[in-house]
Write a protein that binds this ligand. Structure first.
Ligand SMILES: Nc1ncnc2c1ncn2[C@@H]1O[C@H](COP(=O)(O)OP(=O)(O)OP(=O)(O)O)[C@@H](O)[C@H]1O
Ligand SMILES: [Mg+2]
Length: 288
């Protein structure tokens, strides 16, 4: 990915969206919006995620980095409930949230996928519509209500709102097949769909992969807007420069475990980072 020339907007340049509501970030006892405690995931004999804990306060971005196979996607899957963790717990706004993706969506979690999950034959705007009802579909009453409202004509309203979101996130509103879009544009459709549910926590799995510099700037802007509207953002990517630019804190995963957690620039300079990415031994002082 060519990111050398990509100019990211500075925090102060990121304009707060006019139509995206701010997040309900109120938590009892000022608890972080997202709290991950001891998440572990075994696949047979493989431990993909091993007792990972971190917290993401409202209005902050946590960068999650680590080499291929480190467990980043599995951790996201466990957080949003598409995979059932072998151990550990998730809290949103200080409250424990049960398993399952609908329960987690209703609690305010929304994500994008490393490999976009979109209906390729539908238009980009049509792909954003499910995000508008996704959080309500988490409850039985919400499902019934959404179904009847849909039958009664909500589609027009939903399409109008989805088109507004498309325009906000730089997604085409033309009636084209989403499958004809490039990967970077498809990632923006997923971000718009996730934001349509007005999440409290936004989790992005490699949102820059396959994007050109315009796409990178658009994704960076969306992340800044999500943060500035009081949401918590978990940002998975391999591009440590982008992570260092956007994240307030970084968690470095290696073999499913946290190798480093803290300030992004310290992480980039750390012996742990060197060891994980370049194989340089840890604690060179001690080894002398
Ligand atoms: N469904 C599964 N069944 C068995 N093993 C799995 C499954 N999903 C992931 N794994 C294993 O879990 C480990 C972590 O994989 P994961 O995809 O979470 O890593 P990642 O950090 O997202 O990697 P990448 O940067 O390549 O996306 C790997 O060893 C992988 O092979
Ligand atoms: Mg992954």
């Amino acid at each position: 990915m060519d990111t050398e020339c990509a100019r990211l907007p500075a925090r102060e340049e990121v304009m707060t969206m006019t139509t995206t509501p701010t997040c309900d970030s109120a938590s009892p006892n000022d608890a972080p919006l997202l709290s991950v405690s001891g998440i572990t995931k075994h696949y047979g004999g493989v431990t993909a995620v091993d007792e990972v804990s971190f917290a993401v306060p409202a209005g902050t971005v946590l960068g999650l980095v680590g080499p291929n196979g480190a467990g980043k996607t599995t951790l996201l899957d466990c957080i949003v409930g598409t995979q059932v963790a072998s151990a550990g717990a998730i809290r949103v706004g200080g409250r424990a949230v049960g398993p399952g993706p609908t329960v987690r969506a209703r609690a305010g979690l929304a994500r994008t996928f490393q490999h976009p999950q979109l209906a390729l034959e539908l238009s980009p705007v049509e792909n954003i519509v499910p995000g508008l009802v996704g959080r309500r579909l988490g409850s039985y009453a919400g499902s019934v209500r959404a179904m009847f409202r849909g039958l009664a004509g909500t589609p027009h309203g939903a399409l109008t709102r989805a088109a507004e979101l498309a325009a906000e996130y730089g997604v085409t509103t033309e009636d084209v097949s989403t499958g004809d879009l490039g990967l970077g544009a498809q990632r923006l459709v997923e971000i718009a769909r996730a934001m349509a549910s007005q999440p409290r926590v936004l989790l992005l799995d490699e949102p820059f992969a396959g994007s050109d510099r315009n796409g990178i700037a658009a994704v960076s802007r969306a992340i800044g807007q999500a943060r500035d509207s009081g949401r918590s953002v978990v940002l998975v990517d391999h591009n440590v420069d982008l992570i260092a630019d956007l994240a307030d804190t970084v968690v470095l995963l290696a073999d499913g475990r946290i190798a480093f957690s803290g300030d992004p620039s310290e992480c980039m300079r750390s012996a742990e980072m060197q060891a994980v990415y370049f194989g340089t031994p840890l604690s060179t002082e001690e080894n002398r």
